[in-house]
Design a protein around this ligand. Structure first.
Ligand SMILES: [Mn+2]
Length: 396
């Protein structure tokens, strides 16, 4: 059988240096990959999220890490097109084969992994997720705890025979994890804290999907003071949920989303953490490096339409001509799959076009992508009503 392993094309062979030494342990902490984002709208954009995931796996190989932790929202919803899921399974299979299963991918479920929102109905939790599928295929380790159980049974060691458990030890590092605990997980935190065993020779990581209050404007999070009691038992609190990166007090880490899920994400610092834990005398020394991923380029353009147009075509031509001149520096030879071809956020301002000239966003988007080296367009119509229209409205 000919092996088409995609990692073989980039890395000649695999040699996990770090397995040779017991002194240093390396891992990558990533979160909010949101696989499946934009999948109905644009294939190239949807591949951006898969590419970001692939890049994380390549970084793991390149830096000889011992494991990868993913802080939830690995998938953007329960809806996943078969072609996309196939790509993800293929990547994970190739990764496992290429690394001889020596780099475990450890994940927890975020709110998006268990959320179905496109049909406008509230999806009742039925315990399903794509992460559970990948876990049962042996491609990832999905951690979850039984928070109702007696203290010593809350975090069972991960059992590879039944693909189940709440903690796993790799060298002298123990990773604890639970699924998304809702918007107010405070009541669970004391159970979690009591169930975590602190030994001086072990480095404890807790994998959670929640944000900390104040780290993102207008986004609710948990008060830092409620987290503090965990500090005595946790050396590294590995978070996911907030798409903006933050590090607090040298023990709370949130890498941010891997790709920009919405236009807002572009303005945040985001990426992954490459962490190195070494043992010096009788204590642990931690080194955290921030790595930025290669993301899709983006640009914002504002066009003012301050005079009346005769019809829809005239208005579209006006917009495209304006854009042609403002993006003339862009390379027209790029293929849409290359992240250098940007996504365009287009703001339209001026007087609201009359009914006859009303912009069809779908048509305009297709035309822009056909004519210009733009992978996708998001249009924001920020028109103001003309006085004439207002007069008509009042008179009728
Ligand atoms: Mn998220």
């Amino acid at each position: 059988m000919i092996s088409n392993n995609q990692f073989k094309a980039k890395f000649e062979n695999f040699h996990n240096k770090s397995t040779n030494t017991q002194i240093v342990t390396r891992f990558i902490h990533a979160s909010d990959i949101h696989l499946g984002s934009h999948q109905y709208r644009n294939e190239f954009r949807s591949d951006d999220f898969i590419r970001a995931f692939q890049e994380i796996l390549e970084l793991a190989i390149k830096h000889y890490v011992n494991f990868i932790i993913l802080g939830g929202d690995v998938f953007t919803s329960l809806e996943m097109l078969p072609g996309n899921l196939t790509k993800i399974v293929d990547i994970l299979r190739d990764f496992k084969e290429f690394t001889n299963g020596s780099i475990l991918i450890i994940a927890i479920e975020g709110n998006h992994d268990i959320r179905k929102f496109s049909r406008g109905i509230r999806f009742e939790r039925r315990g399903q997720s794509w992460l559970k599928l990948l876990n049962s295929l042996g491609l990832i380790i999905l951690l979850d705890a039984d928070l109702e159980a007696p203290q010593e049974e809350i975090f069972e060691p991960y059992n590879f025979d039944i693909n189940k458990g709440g903690k796993i030890q790799i060298k002298n590092i123990v990773i604890y994890g639970t699924r998304y605990l809702g918007e107010q997980p405070i009541s669970f935190l004391s159970n979690i804290r009591k169930a975590i065993i602190k030994k001086s020779e072990l480095f404890n990581i807790l994998l959670q999907h929640f944000g900390i209050e104040g780290q993102m404007d207008n986004v609710p999070g948990i008060k830092l003071e409620y987290i503090q009691p965990l500090r005595h038992r946790i050396d590294y609190l590995a978070l996911g949920h907030f798409h903006k990166q933050f590090i607090l007090e040298d023990w709370i880490y949130n890498p941010g989303s891997s790709e920009a899920v919405c236009s807002m994400d572009n303005s945040y610092k985001r990426g992954v953490f490459l962490v190195e834990i070494s043992r010096r005398f009788d204590r642990f020394v931690k080194k955290v490096e921030i790595i930025q991923l290669v993301n899709r380029k983006y640009l914002w353009e504002t066009i003012y339409i301050n005079f009346e147009m005769r019809n829809k075509h005239e208005i579209e031509k006006f917009i495209i001509d304006k854009l042609k001149s403002s993006v003339r520096y862009l390379n027209y030879d790029f293929h849409p799959s290359t992240p250098q071809m940007p996504i365009l956020y287009l703001i339209l301002k001026g007087i609201e076009p009359s009914k006859l000239c009303r912009i069809n966003e779908k048509d305009l988007r297709i035309k822009i992508c056909e004519i210009l080296p733009i992978v996708d367009v998001r249009i924001y119509q920020k028109f103001v009503k003309s006085l004439k229209t207002l007069d008509n409205y009042i008179l009728t």
